[in-house]
Design a protein around this ligand. Structure first.
Ligand SMILES: Nc1nc2c(ncn2[C@@H]2O[C@H](COP(=O)(O)OP(=O)(O)OP(=O)(O)O)[C@@H](O)[C@H]2O)c(=O)[nH]1
Ligand SMILES: [Mg+2]
Length: 264
């Protein structure tokens, strides 16, 4: 499952709570925290380690941070593979935490069977921003930091937004109020996730998502392989020259692609 949302919304704290809940019923649980800002030794990763410390000594728990700086474009693919490996190694639950800030993060959470979008009270404008991109991929909407004032209002705003958008799949996301700080609402969140997974299994949505993810993965690899094969045949210099002609407006990209394909 994916846990996404704005920076500092309490995702890691919630994931730590979810870990405890899932660990109580599964022998092996894994977390992949995708860190968009930090290099490998960055403070945020260390922060995540420390916040999840109470879980990290447990043999049944695997926690991995992945820095994404410098990996734009390939992040979703890399994450998908890491998740596959963890799955193959026998983890019953794999949680992917990522900051929901852009398209890249939206792609990352597509690897997940269930996506929880974490918001906090009083985000106002940020909720508008969320609405634009990521609301449509949320299967469960979490209003975290519900120990703070304004959680009910935020939940109402989200419910309102849901009525405006049209559901792609027929699933109506549940809205759950939680506090990672006090543990309030965690059981309700787990139940909401369970309900979505049961629905996804029954409705065929789970198969649709795995089929889409598999297609995405194979096509991406195929594209890379074909480009490399073409470069091998024509020589990198030939390709470079073609690109330069597009850059200097001597040719349009469509004709250049036709030309390269015809030559190869
Ligand atoms: N009041 C309150 N504070 C919380 C809650 N959950 C987390 N926090 C605090 O919010 C801050 C951010 O928590 P994190 O769990 O690191 O949030 P995050 O979304 O993982 O942050 P990034 O990964 O950096 O985007 C920390 O200081 C937490 O102690 C909550 O339910 N209530
Ligand atoms: Mg975090």
């Amino acid at each position: 499952m994916g846990v996404t949302g704005p920076p500092g919304g309490g995702k890691s704290t919630l994931v730590s709570r979810l870990l405890a809940a899932y660990r109580a019923r599964s022998p092996r649980v894994a977390v992949v925290a995708v860190d968009p800002s930090s290099p490998f030794t960055g403070g945020a990763i260390l922060g995540d380690r420390i916040r999840m410390q109470d879980r990290s000594l447990d043999e049944g728990v695997f926690i991995r941070s992945m820095a994404s700086r410098g990996y734009t474009g390939g992040l979703a693919r890399t994450t998908a593979r890491v998740v596959n490996v963890l799955d193959a190694l026998g983890h019953d639950v794999v949680i992917v935490e990522t900051v929901g800030a852009g398209q890249e993060e939206v792609d990352v959470v597509r690897v997940a069977g269930t996506v929880a979008l974490v918001t906090v009270p009083g985000l106002g404008d940020d909720i508008q921003a969320i609405k634009a991109g990521i609301l449509e991929i949320a299967d469960v909407l979490v209003v975290n930091k519900a120990d703070r004032p304004g959680a009910d209002e935020t939940a109402r705003d989200l419910a309102q937004m849901l009525t405006l958008g049209s559901s792609r799949t027929g699933w109506k996301p549940e809205i759950v109020r939680t506090s990672g700080a006090t543990g309030e609402g965690i059981e309700a969140l787990v139940r909401a996730i369970d309900r979505h997974q049961a629905w996804a299994a029954e409705s065929g949505e789970r198969e649709r998502r795995s089929a889409a993810a598999a297609r995405e993965e194979v096509e991406a690899l195929l594209r890379d392989a074909l480009v490399h094969r073409l470069e091998d045949r024509l020589g990198e210099e030939r390709v470079r020259r073609a690109i330069a002609r597009v850059a200097t407006r001597q040719a349009d990209p469509y004709s250049v692609v036709e030309e390269l394909l015809a030559e190869s």
